[in-house]
Design a protein around this ligand. Structure first.
Ligand code: ADP
Length: 588
């Protein structure tokens, strides 16, 4: 079973891990950069500090070479010599811009000083407890940072011995003020501290950190501090503690008075000092976080994009699959339709074949029916003619023979008609006398009329119409026969033939019977070929269909209406032009 949430969860976890790794990486980069930057700063400031201090290194030697100081040391009670020494020291202090210059005897007693005339004068003070004095007395250079025992002002002391005949007879000391460095560092916007060899911060941009230590001081160290009064009577306590592992090269994570800091150190070996730079750990962390956020956002976007592309491709694939499926279904359907069509066509062909045979039978029946009427008439006329001849009634016999001749012509035309119909020859239109056509039709129908006892009424109106006389007779005979057939079951049988002019200039021949009329079903199919309600052998169902085709060929039409009682068939025909039309005349 597939579990989509599992995939999603692993993607999220992967994303989070990547973002975390990005943070770690970029945090490291930021730390390294900050470390390098800070390192450069403390190197520069350390050098700056050393140069400032070192330039005074030889000052006590230079000052001590003055004869006036040796004279003062040799006769310390000579007030004139002491005054000279004081004047000289003031001069030296002013020219070099140090905090103070002073002269001590071998007991550490100050004989003369540049500040001799100030309330905080060193004169009369004893500094033998200061290590710088001790070092100079031994013949070396004394160096010491301390809070002034007299002034309370911190300073850097450099001392040198004054020799006479290779013997130390006194010590000259110079006090340098380093407080200016604190201001300078602050001006650079840095947090710095300078620690002495014992780990006590004595110069710092942060006031609260002054005279506090990097680590707990040993009792011996504390005793030493108190004896030398290096920082007066203060007992430096631990300010800084290390936290965790170093976050980067040259950089330590520390807490200074409880506040987290990144700390970098630079040793000023000349004096055993350490210059420390403190910076805010939030800055590189913020850079790391920002980079991680960007990476996270970019990755999320990428993942979304990938998801979109994936979904799009999946949808395309699905669509293609469904299209293939549909095409297959369509192909199958088409195949089935083709098979079915082939089957149906085969079945239909068989049906058509059967239908043709049936039609042939009906046609045969129709044709024999068509011919049997004139044949019956011929038989009667021939019988009567022979009877007239027996009676030697040549006139009536001749009349009958003439009628027989006419009927033969008639039958010939019926056969010709069928032939013409089969050949589909164009109708030969000519002006036709309706009276003549109606007369011929009545003659043709006479045997049937007589046999059925039907009364046929016709008015005497004559009109010339455009048509083919034989075909028009065929139509009229058809209508008359249908009328007689329709009234077969009733006793009163009457048909009325009328000729009328229509309002739109046509000529209408109507055949009206008194039969049952046309049922709705009959009316609907009346003019369709092979539609018949008559028993087999009697009706072919072609009569009205042929009539309609014939009338239409003459440029006319045929209508059927129920007249209650009976049905009426109207032939609407083109009138013949009054002067014979050239095209309307017989062609050959
Ligand atoms: P057929 O006479 O061979 O049946 P027709 O086309 O002449 O073919 O006529 C079709 C059918 O129309 C007839 O079978 C009959 O049902 C109906 N019909 C035609 N004339 C009339 C009429 N005057 N009265 C009632 N029904 C008629």
């Amino acid at each position: 079973m597939r579990r989509p949430w599992l995939g999603l969860a692993s993607i999220i976890v992967l994303l989070m891990v990547t973002v975390w790794l990005a943070f770690v990486w970029f945090h490291q980069v930021a730390l390294r950069e900050a470390g390098a930057e800070g390192n450069a700063a403390i190197q520069r400031l350390g050098r700056d500090l050393l140069v400032s201090v070192e330039k005074f290194e030889h000052l006590p030697y230079l000052v001590g070479a003055e004869q006036m100081l040796t004279q003062a040391l040799q006769s310390p009670d000579d007030s004139a010599r002491i005054a000279n020494a004081n004047r000289y020291l003031v001069f030296a202090q002013k020219r070099t811009d140090v905090a103070a210059v002073y002269l001590m005897d071998t007991e550490g007693q100050t004989l003369a000083a540049s500040n001799w005339d100030t309330p905080a004068s060193f004169v009369g003070r004893n500094y033998r407890f200061r290590p710088y004095f001790q070092d100079a007395l031994k013949g070396g250079t004394g160096r010491f940072y301390a809070v002034g025992a007299t002034t309370g002002e911190p300073g850097f002391f450099i001392a040198a011995p004054i020799l006479a005949a290779s013997r130390v007879i006194g010590v000259v000391a110079v006090k340098i003020d380093l407080n200016a460095f604190e201001d300078k560092w602050r001006a650079e916007g840095l947090q710095l501290a300078l620690a002495d060899e014992k780990g006590v911060l004595f110069l710092t941009t942060e006031h609260a950190w002054r005279y506090r230590s990097l680590y707990p001081l040993a009792t011996s160290v504390l005793t030493q501090l108190h004896e030398t009064l290096q920082y007066g009577n203060l007992t430096p306590d631990k300010l800084i503690e290390r936290v965790g592992t170093a976050p980067g090269p040259q950089v330590q994570a520390m807490k200074v008075g409880g506040v987290p800091y990144l700390v970098q150190g630079h040793a000023l070996d000349r004096f055993g000092w350490q210059l420390l730079l403190f910076s805010d750990p939030a800055k590189p962390r913020a850079r790391g976080l920002l980079a991680a956020e960007l990476v996270g956002m970019a990755l999320t976007l990428l993942l979304l994009l990938m998801a979109l592309v994936w979904q799009y491709r999946r949808r395309m694939a699905e669509r293609q699959a469904s299209m293939r499926e549909r095409a297959q279904v369509v192909a199958e359907l088409e195949q089935r339709i083709a098979t079915r069509t082939a089957e149906l066509t085969a079945a239909n062909d068989a049906a058509v074949q059967t239908g043709k045979l049936a039609l042939l039978g009906q046609m045969a029946a129709g044709i024999s029916h068509e011919i049997s009427q004139p044949l019956t008439a011929l038989r009667t006329l021939a019988d009567n003619a022979s009877k007239f001849l027996e009676r030697q009634d040549a006139g009536n016999a001749g009349n009958n023979l003439r009628l027989i001749g006419e009927l033969c012509t008639r039958m010939g035309s019926i056969v010709g008609e069928l032939k013409a119909f089969a050949r589909k020859e164009p109708a030969r239109l000519q002006p036709v006398s309706l009276k003549h056509v109606i007369g011929s039709s009545l003659m043709l129908i006479e045997p049937m009329r007589h046999a059925t006892g039907t009364r046929i009424v016709s008015d005497d109106i004559d009109r010339q119409v455009m048509g083919d006389p034989i075909r028009l007779e065929q139509v009229l005979v058809n209508l008359l026969r249908n009328g007689i057939d329709a009234m077969e079951a009733q006793r009163e049988k009457e048909i009325e033939i009328r000729v009328q002019d229509t309002e739109d200039g046509h000529v209408c021949v109507s055949v009206q019977d008194r039969g049952p009329g046309l049922s709705p079903d009959v009316q609907q199919h009346l003019f369709e070929p092979f539609f018949t309600t008559k028993p087999s052998g009697k009706g072919l169902g072609l009569g009205l269909a042929l009539s309609k085709a014939i009338v239409r060929e003459m440029g006319g039409r045929i209508n059927a209406t129920n007249t209650h009682p009976g049905a009426r068939f109207d032939l609407i025909l083109q009138p013949a032009p009054t002067t014979p039309h050239p095209h309307a005349s017989p062609v050959d």
